[in-house]
Design a protein around this ligand. Structure first.
Ligand code: LMR
Length: 391
């Protein structure tokens, strides 16, 4: 009888951490693993704005019939308006299953339009960026974005990559709160990069998954707005997982922001056609909730206040970590959930096995997962594994 010859499954190292942390019975365990926000009770709560919208949705929703390939279009428009408020640029897109779904559609669209193009990706990056985009058949090339030994951004290398790209190549950018380094370009650097990208006719694909969790919503979206204003066409993959706390509801959207309205509208139709061949239509619930929040003044205010609470908590943890260890000084100057500590694999293993400090295998910590009272234990554990900060 014919047998499937399937390769040994390779578990995703990041997602594997969730299970390992949950199974650990040590009461002093610290969760700096997957990029999930935690409050001071160590919970990842459903936001109050989400709860309220869900209650109304439960009362008001009359049908679960299909909406169409681009999903909840009012959600898409409301989120698009939040990302790029009224300008002469047309932003049109489709609802997607999370930010990952958005990235997949963006890469698929790019690959359809530029089958010979190369997608440039700065390293280190979110470990799924390469597999996810390459699975569309798109060719990728990498450049150095960041040196974790010195915690320095490699801006020159980034500019060199754009300079060596061909017209029609694409570059993947983290719009804010870089994952895994927390190191973002300054606004001046974004400006310089945007001009070069436009001049070289390179297509920016911006991944925004953590907007609102770095400095503030508008500040975190400033780079995306600047790039979209400078470049003829910008692809944007937006996630609502973190800033709306909708992780498992898989809520996101992909956009084409274009100076030519026809390009945006064609891209929107094409996103739908691509989705049809993969999953047909996105799940509705999270998008309906976000739409209701963004359409309702008081719910939107409640959400923005909750977002403020989250970003303030993250930034006070950053400040406190830097205060408690001079080796973590750089953490206070970085943004969003992550920093990438210059740790060896053996030090990471020892932190997990011997000190119950869970972090990604590359040394990435999710600052948002820490409790203020755990910082001392975290710093001691770092000292005990011989961590000595930057070079
Ligand atoms: C992370 O980077 O930890 C999150 O984006 C979760 C994921 O899907 O990898």
């Amino acid at each position: 009888m014919a047998q499937f010859e399937l390769p040994e499954p390779q578990p995703d190292p990041l997602l594997q951490l969730i299970g390992r942390y949950r199974a650990d019975t040590r009461s002093n365990k610290i969760d700096l693993g997957v990029g999930v926000y935690k409050d001071n009770q160590n919970n990842t709560p459903v936001l109050a704005a989400v709860k309220e919208a869900e209650a109304t949705l439960h009362q008001q929703q009359q049908s679960k019939s299909y909406l169409g390939l681009t999903g909840d279009i009012e959600f898409v428009e409301a989120l698009g308006e939040l990302i790029l408020p009224a300008t002469s640029i047309t932003i049109m897109g489709a609802q997607t299953p999370g930010g990952s779904g958005a990235l997949r559609l963006a890469a698929e669209l790019y690959n359809t339009a530029h089958p010979n193009g190369t997608l440039w990706i700065g390293l280190p990056t979110w470990p799924n960026h390469l597999p996810l985009t390459e699975s569309t058949g798109v060719k990728t090339a990498t450049f150095n974005y960041f040196d974790r030994g010195t915690q320095q951004l490699q801006f020159e290398a980034m500019l060199n990559a754009v300079n060596s790209a061909d017209a029609g190549d694409a570059i993947l950018l983290h719009g804010c709160c870089h994952n895994p380094t927390g190191a973002d370009l300054s606004l001046q650097q974004w400006q310089q990069l945007a001009e070069l990208i436009a001049q070289r006719s390179v297509i920016p694909i911006i991944d925004i998954a953590y907007h609102g969790l770095g400095t503030g919503l508008d500040q975190d979206l400033a780079a995306t707005r600047l790039i979209a204003a400078s470049c003829e066409q910008t692809l944007i993959a937006a996630s609502c997982s973190k800033n709306f706390g909708l992780y498992r509801d898989r809520t996101g959207a992909v956009y084409m922001a274009a100076h030519n309205a026809k390009t945006a509208s064609r891209a929107q139709a094409m996103f739908g056609q691509i989705a049809r061949k993969i999953y047909s239509m996105p799940p509705d619930h999270g998008a309906a909730v976000v739409r209701m929040i963004l359409h309702n003044g008081s719910l939107k205010k409640l959400w923005l206040d909750e977002l403020d609470t989250m970003v303030n908590r993250i930034n006070s943890l950053r400040t406190e970590m830097a205060k408690q260890s001079s080796y973590l000084e750089f953490v206070a100057h970085q943004h969003g959930m992550f920093s990438l500590l210059p740790l060896t694999p053996a030090q990471v293993n020892s932190l997990i096995d011997d000190h119950a400090v869970y972090l990604a295998c590359d040394g990435r910590i999710n600052v948002a997962g820490c409790q203020p009272e755990q910082i001392g234990q975290f710093v001691s554990a770092l000292n005990e594994v011989g961590y000595s900060g930057i070079e």
